[in-house]
Design a protein around this ligand. Structure first.
Ligand code: ZN
Length: 395
């Protein structure tokens, strides 16, 4: 592979950070883009519309997801304090007045028979939240309260819908309940309100066809859904915005590219890579036989340092090429070996060379503060230029 071709400065001149930023403003204007919800759907329509403007061939592929909405929870000790619970993602609703029973770490042997008809208090750690909750349900508990193993409360997902409601509280709240249980029985009023429904999410695929008679395919991906607590400006409207700007720039170069370019906005990443897994499952022969490489952009516009890496399952040529290009562009970057927690994972698992671009550290990750004003437009532009240049040269 030739390391540098003279055409890349042209790409950098065409690529505009402020244009990409407009997409972040548009995507965040719909509210939190929770998988299967109306804001995610509105964002999907926006992305498809932009791709059509750039004259890409646009396909929308739907797949089933479980939509979940957190409407809030309360937990009050009768004749005592009101605690501050968080709802675990995929918890069903429920309202109860019942006793709290200590169930240790939530192993089956930790739950005594008196938990039947009552609420299990469980410490965080060792078992999955889903497993703790289902163990308590099997012992007859009507709800679980999982307390943190370090100060403060936490947010987490059960990954799957559980049989009984599950909330989390801080270590301080958990300790308060345990101290009271040493002295007396503790009755609480618990109310958990959530919405769970079967819905659909979708991947939006924009294609620029290569000039080769039987072209290979290079993928550029980013996820457009977000967590429920925030607008996901950096996570991952930034990646989608950079991908759309790359599509705009490369649509002007279509006569010069031998390889087919596929720009994919994945739905339902936050709920467990559902969009990218669905794509690779549905198009496994295409991905395996024609996939030349996959560039994943997730959280690329907040923080000081760009991380460039892959899981190391496929050959590392695309990582090496991107790293060399980043150095040539005077980008401050570090190598890393990401886990299988990103949309690159399903592609790399079937042997496609991938490169994952991820900027650290984002202090507003998965919070209500992940808003467009936190975006660094210069970083958004530089990282987007890197991805677009690599895509153009590699193709
Ligand atoms: Zn993300």
């Amino acid at each position: 592979m030739v390391l540098t071709r003279p055409k890349s400065p042209d790409i950098q001149a065409l690529y505009q950070g402020p244009e990409a930023f407009k997409h972040i403003e548009a995507l965040t204007s719909f509210g939190p883009r929770v998988a299967g919800g109306p804001a995610e759907k509105a964002a999907a329509d926006y992305i498809a519309g932009q791709m059509e403007n750039y004259e890409l061939i646009v396909e929308i592929e739907q797949f089933p997801v479980t939509y979940f909405e957190d409407l809030g929870a309360t937990l009050e000790i009768i004749d005592g304090a009101a605690l501050s619970p968080n709802i675990l993602h995929f918890s069903p609703s429920g309202e109860f007045t019942a006793e709290i029973v200590n169930c240790g770490l939530g192993f089956p042997e930790d739950c005594t028979p008196d938990v039947a008809g009552n609420i299990a208090l469980i410490q965080r750690g060792e078992l999955l939240f889903w497993q703790k909750t289902q163990n308590a349900a099997a012992a007859g508990a009507i709800a679980v309260v999982i307390y943190n193993s370090e100060p403060g409360n936490f947010m987490a997902t059960l990954t799957f819908v559980t049989d009984i409601p599950a909330i989390s509280v801080s270590l301080e709240n958990g300790t308060l309940l345990l101290d009271l249980l040493e002295i007396t029985s503790v009755t609480v009023h618990l109310n958990v309100e959530t919405v769970i429904s079967e819905s659909t999410s979708q991947n939006i695929i924009g294609t620029l066809e290569g000039t080769d008679p039987d072209p290979s395919i290079l993928y550029l991906g980013a996820h457009y859904d977000s967590v429920s607590v925030g607008l996901g400006a950096n996570d991952d409207a930034s990646g989608v915005a950079a991908m759309l700007e790359a599509a705009r720039v490369l649509s002007t170069k279509v006569q010069q590219v031998k390889t087919t370019l596929k720009f994919i906005a994945f739905g339902a990443e936050e709920t467990g890579l559902e969009g990218s897994e669905n794509y690779v499952m549905k198009h496994e022969a295409e991905v395996r036989n024609k996939g030349l490489g996959m560039i994943n952009l997730d959280m690329i516009a907040v923080g000081e340092t760009l991380l460039i890496g892959s899981m190391g399952l496929a050959e590392s040529s695309l990582v090496n090429y991107t790293s060399d290009k980043a150095a040539a562009m005077d980008i401050y970057w570090q190598p890393f070996a990401p886990e299988a927690r990103g949309d690159h994972a399903p592609f790399e698992t079937v042997g496609v060379p991938v490169v994952f671009l991820y900027q650290i550290h984002d202090p507003w990750y998965h919070t209500a503060e992940d808003t467009p004003d936190k975006i660094d437009i210069v970083t958004l532009e530089i990282n987007g230029e890197l991805a677009t240049t690599v895509m153009y040269e590699w193709a």
